[in-house]
Design a binder for this molecule. Structure first.
Ligand code: IVH
Length: 664
């Protein structure tokens, strides 16, 4: 039988191998040997559950959070950085610092600017006790359980200088390889893609189920120590070696610089390395090295005076367009797409770029055969920035949108008031039908698991589904004809279809694919109509009475239900057992918001500004533009403006989006 001492020793040993792997990048044992140690530990814990401590390597994944994240106030605010975009701006920064510090010889620690999510992590006697998001810098969400799932984060620090209390700052990120792999999976499952690894990391940290978070394979690095931690450091350049000695992962590249030329040399080196790094960075950070000097310079607003970010431009690549094809969307809109000679850009291989519409192609004079510069902005879909006209092949021609739909051959029509053209053959164009079905089964709509793009296409091509309602008449025999489907997967798919019948009204409205009706609008329509039959009978005036619903949406809803084919489809869906949950149409006279004045600042994730305003108004509240003594609540979203500061100064109750939703 093992002793407690042996157990502690085994924990220490496993953490040591973790550090060698994630921090030193120099493992001394194979994965198999590591797994064997881990299994041995699991066995000891089975025999002696009383020994298990929260910092055991086995204790990464906790139970789901049922009440969302707690808000935690940062004892030491989490600052942002001022940005600069040129060598001149960095020079100005250096001159400013020289003047403020009052000496010419100063040094800087220069490091990578990770493009992830800022977090703070606290350790008590070396044991990881709390992880918090940056939030608004003053307070953030307690995401401890989610951070525990990050393999690179040690739950226990070892070393000679482990302080009694340590709060470190850093960045959670999703490695590019994981991002590409999970996005590929999303594509196959017909789910909306993440725009970039940063969004993927942000979305993952917000999940309430740590089991799910652990599947996201997030990673972490640290670059700072919160000032009042008991670490005895005096320079920025000492931070990384210190953190590393404790087993914490740190940034990969550093430079200790004295002049603009040295800083610039480092910037150029990193710019060159950027595309081959396994994670996204968006620049470098230049920090005054001496902590005493940092303290003297202090902070302006949310930014320290002693540091600045130098941001790189978006990553670009040059390649050739070998063809321009046309994609048909679920509403029939034709979108030109550049088919590229595959090229590596910002962590993945790119073979296609959207060209938006014909006007865009002509404005940039993009032609088949052209060498073009492509760029990934904030989005996963790259765009063509410019054409290299000097390399244009001799016999190239301007590109035109086809006059007929490349799928069904119908003459295309111009969308009134827009540059787009569409295929009007809504019921006969296969491509439109497939896109509609994929959308219908997708995450934001009926959310049918296992029914991604590839499955829908097969079912359509085999003639088993044509309209959404056909999904609900699929038989075991039909599903068994899909390639790769065996007993278990057949049952899984059929069960998911059955499960999707219990659907919220707003998702059902979304699934219908009414023009201009996104998640927020569907929610507004559902809240007012209460059930689908009521919505089908509402006229334009009634619809426009809903705050947040304008003329365009009202017409789109009425036009949709005016078509016989749509009415038939909705009726069939209801007959086949889809049961959109009814909602009580509330009048809210006794709601907490009744008679209260609200101000919105920053952007909300779940609602547009007008949708949020209408939800408040429905409950008897009013929304004003400026914060004053008469304001009762300020709702602060992402990147809130000065209104938030003012609200704080006036001691007005501030709600974050989650609190707002709860109160709704
Ligand atoms: S220092 C005062 N160092 O950039 C210090 N931040 O634009 C503030 N970031 O919120 C942070 N890499 O999320 C620092 N090496 C680095 C960084 C870094 C990325 C992020 C951090 C911060 C944002 C500011």
């Amino acid at each position: 039988m093992a002793t407690k001492q042996q157990y502690d020793e085994l924990c220490r040993q496993i953490w040591h191998h973790n550090t060698l792997y994630y921090v030193e990048h120099a493992p001394e044992i194979s994965d198999e040997e590591y797994d064997a140690l881990f299994k041995k530990l699991e066995q000891m814990e089975k025999d002696h559950p009383e020994w298990i401590s929260p910092s055991s390597p086995t204790q990464r994944v906790a139970e789901s959070l049922t009440n969302g994240f707690k808000t935690v106030v940062h004892q030491i605010p989490m600052l942002s950085l001022a940005n600069s975009y040129s060598k001149e701006e960095i020079e100005d920064f250096i001159k400013r610092i020289q003047k403020l510090v009052g000496k010419k010889e100063i040094s800087f620690s220069v490091e990578l600017k990770m493009d992830g999510i800022a977090i703070s992590a606290s350790f008590e006697k070396g044991c990881f006790v709390r992880g918090v998001t940056r939030g608004d810098g003053r307070q953030g969400d307690d995401i401890t359980v989610n951070m525990r799932t990050i393999a690179a984060l040690p739950l226990q620090l070892y070393g000679e200088d482990v302080p009694d209390f340590l709060e470190v700052r850093g960045e959670v990120f999703m490695p590019r390889s994981v991002f590409n792999e999970l996005n590929e999976q999303k594509l196959q499952d017909g789910e909306p893609l993440w725009a970039n690894p940063r969004n993927a990391a942000a979305g993952s940290l917000k999940l309430l189920d740590p089991q799910e978070v652990s599947k996201r394979q997030l990673s972490i690095v640290f670059y700072g120590v919160a000032e009042e931690s008991s670490a005895k450091l005096s320079k920025q350049s000492e931070v990384a070696p210190f953190l590393r000695s404790l087993g914490l992962p740190v940034l990969d590249y550093f430079a200790h610089c004295h002049t603009i030329e040295e800083i610039w040399e480092f910037a150029e080196k990193i710019r060159g390395l950027r595309s081959s790094l396994p994670y996204d960075i968006d620049g470098i950070v230049i920090k005054l090295n001496d902590w005493k000097d940092q303290k003297r310079l202090g902070v302006t607003g949310k930014n320290p005076r002693w540091a600045i970010a130098y941001k790189f431009a978006a990553e670009q690549a040059v390649t050739r367009i070998h063809d321009i094809t046309v994609q048909i969307g679920r509403t029939g809109i034709l979108t030109p797409v550049a088919e590229l000679e595959p090229v590596f850009l910002a962590g993945s291989t790119i073979a296609r770029a959207t060209l938006h519409n014909e006007e865009e192609v002509q404005r940039k004079d993009i032609r088949i055969g052209d060498m073009v510069t492509i760029e990934k902005g904030g989005d996963v879909i790259p765009k063509v920035v410019s054409v290299n006209f000097s390399q244009r092949p001799e016999q190239s021609h301007p590109w035109h949108m086809p006059s007929h739909c490349p799928c069904c051959g119908s003459p295309v029509v111009k969308v009134p008031g827009e540059v787009a053209v569409r295929c009007p053959n809504e019921s006969g164009c296969f491509e439109q039908q497939i896109r509609k079905l994929i959308y219908f089964a997708g995450k934001q709509a009926m959310d049918i698991n296992h029914m991604g793009e590839k499955v829908v296409i097969q079912l359509f091509q085999k003639g088993f589904i044509k309209h959404p309602a056909d999904i609900y008449t699929l038989t075991e025999r039909e599903v068994s004809q899909l390639s790769g489907f065996k007993a278990k997967s057949i049952q899984n798919l059929l069960a998911s279809i059955e499960k999707s019948k219990d659907v919220s009204l707003e998702r059902f409205i979304m699934a219908l694919g009414i023009k201009y009706v996104g998640t927020g609008t569907a929610e507004l329509l559902a809240a007012r109509a209460g059930d689908i039959k009521a919505l089908m009978q509402m006229n334009i005036d009634e619809l426009m009475l809903i705050e947040g619903v304008g003329e365009k949406v009202a017409h789109a809803v009425v036009d949709y239900f005016a078509q016989d084919s749509h009415l038939r489809e909705v009726r069939r869906l209801l007959e086949l057992g889809i049961l959109p949950r009814m909602r009580t149409v509330q009048t809210f006279t006794d709601h907490l918001f009744n008679g209260k004045a609200f101000v919105l600042t920053g952007s909300l994730e779940h609602y547009t500004r007008s949708a949020a305003a209408s939800l408040i108004k429905e409950r008897g509240g009013k929304v004003t533009d400026a914060v004053s003594k008469k304001t009762d609540f300020v709702i602060a979203g992402i990147d809130p403006g000065s209104k938030l500061e003012k609200a704080r100064a006036l001691n007005i109750r501030i709600l974050n989006e989650e609190e707002f939703i709860t109160l709704l």
